[in-house]
Design a protein around this ligand. Structure first.
Ligand code: ADP
Ligand code: ZN
Length: 436
């Protein structure tokens, strides 16, 4: 397969070029942060560190981390390193975990960088100026919509800024306009595929080639289903508002991990407990340092996302480090009766079982001192109207497989097709009733 590159100079740079570029920018960035951001200067002073102590990339480890807490404490503009008149846009996190948005700001130069990085992302995912791209990510403070929009325009694709929601209309536009690229959360793409089936629209009735999905974890099983139901090559892309938004890393059409834009970000992988670097190729928490951001530079931002790094070469020609699909966030991890469980593990089990849909909900309750976990699973239309015996059998199969995988007794409840909530943005799979 021939791979197009958006910015070959950096996407194929050798590691010495990248490292010396990173070091030069890192020194400048640390100096700026130290002079412009009181919250970070204080942290550095507490550790007795000054910008002059940074002589190598490894010296990054001397610096304190930044966390979501700082964004909350310094809400709204305390993380800005430039005066407000130089900031031309704000965006924010969706507030999935804290309920409070982190505010991201961008100077004109930052917006330029962002759309260039998103242009790399969309090019890697197959999109070019001939494509008709439907952005079904929400527009607004959420970085997904505007971020991808900027990159798509930059490569010269025809952009339809539809935003999420009104799924029948999404499908109508895909037909009317001959949409070739769909941009959304994987959860919303599944919903679109579901409504297509209800409306008897097949992949052949559409012109889709590419699916660019991100903003939440999704498994290889979901990828297969989306490839198949929509007739696309589905690729993953990753980012977060505190660091920039989408464009931090992205898959190419080889789909062998996400290429990190290392000329703009330094990536580290740490053990979330000890905060020490993990061994190469081990699972850890992704920590990112921005090298070029002006408005909101962050040093060693703890994403709480778990992944692994690869350094082997990718057949696409891009060099540098790649990261594995994100497994989930450290704070997504459920601890049930002492057993650690990630919702993605449950999804993995369910996708391997026939007659279930990829729609499920995890409900946590507490009875006395004991936590209970119930997994509610939608079954397919045909099976639901089938004999009780078959349903019972399926319930037992799910129970057994979950127990095997998780080492935990989960209650399993089969529910009617289409009875669980559908999402237009990121899915919320866990309903935690334990503190209620
Ligand atoms: P929030 O933390 O409020 O959801 P954002 O909207 O900025 O804020 O989302 C960033 C987070 O979304 C990331 O930290 C990560 O947990 C998740 N995320 C983004 N892209 C991906 C992806 N491709 N795979 C898995 N998770 C992702
Ligand atoms: Zn590649």
């Amino acid at each position: 397969m021939i791979h197009r590159l958006w910015d070959p100079r950096w996407e194929t740079a050798d590691c010495t070029t990248i490292e010396s570029h990173q070091l030069e920018l890192l020194k400048e960035q640390v100096k700026r942060v130290f002079t412009k951001l009181p919250y970070y200067r204080k942290k550095m002073q507490e550790r007795n560190i000054s910008p002059e102590d940074i002589h190598s990339i490894e010296d990054l480890r001397l610096l304190p981390f930044t966390t979501k807490k700082e964004f909350t404490e310094n809400y709204p503009f305390g993380m800005f390193a430039v005066p407000l008149n130089e900031v031309v846009r704000v965006q924010g996190s969706s507030g999935t975990t804290t309920g409070k948005s982190s505010i991201a700001g961008y100077t004109r130069y930052d917006l330029e960088t962002w759309s260039n990085l998103c242009a790399r992302l969309v090019t890697a995912a197959g999109v070019c100026s001939h494509d008709i791209a439907q952005v079904s990510f929400g527009y607004g403070l959420f970085t997904g919509g505007f971020g991808l929009h900027g990159g798509l325009e930059r490569v010269g694709a025809l952009v339809i800024p539809l935003s999420s929601g009104n799924t029948s209309r999404q499908i109508k536009f895909m037909r009317d306009f001959g949409t070739t690229a769909l941009i959304s959360t994987p959860t919303y793409a599944l919903r679109i595929a579901e409504v297509m089936k209800e409306e008897k629209v097949g992949a052949d009735d559409l012109s889709l080639n590419w699916g660019l999905f991100g903003a939440e974890p999704w498994s290889e099983g979901i990828r297969k289903q989306l490839d198949n139901d929509l007739g696309i090559i589905a690729t993953d892309n990753y980012g977060m508002s505190e660091v920039m938004g989408p464009g931090v890393s992205y898959e190419c059409l080889e789909r062998k991990g996400m290429h990190i834009a290392e000329d703009h970000f330094i990536v580290e992988m740490i053990d979330p407990e000890t905060e020490e670097p993990v061994a190469p190729a081990e699972v850890g928490e992704i920590v990112l340092t921005t090298l070029t951001k002006q408005a909101v530079p962050v040093i060693r931002y703890r994403s709480r996302d778990l992944s692994r790094l690869f350094t082997d070469t990718c057949p696409c020609g891009r060099t540098g480090v790649r990261m594995e699909k994100v497994r989930g966030r450290t704070d997504d991890m459920l601890i049930i009766r002492g057993v650690n469980v990630f919702p993605s593990q449950i999804e993995g089990v369910l996708l391997g079982i026939e007659h279930t849909k990829p729609h499920y909900q995890i409900v946590l309750t507490r009875h006395g001192a004991l936590d209970e976990i119930e997994v509610q699973v939608e079954v397919t239309e045909g099976l639901f109207h089938d004999e009780m015996r078959k349903l019972k059998h399926l319930e037992e199969e799910i129970h057994y497989k979950l127990k095997n995988e998780l080492n935990l007794d989960c209650r399993v409840k089969l529910v009617e097709p289409k009875s669980l909530e559908r999402f237009e943005g990121k899915a919320k799979r866990v309903l935690d009733l334990r503190s209620k």
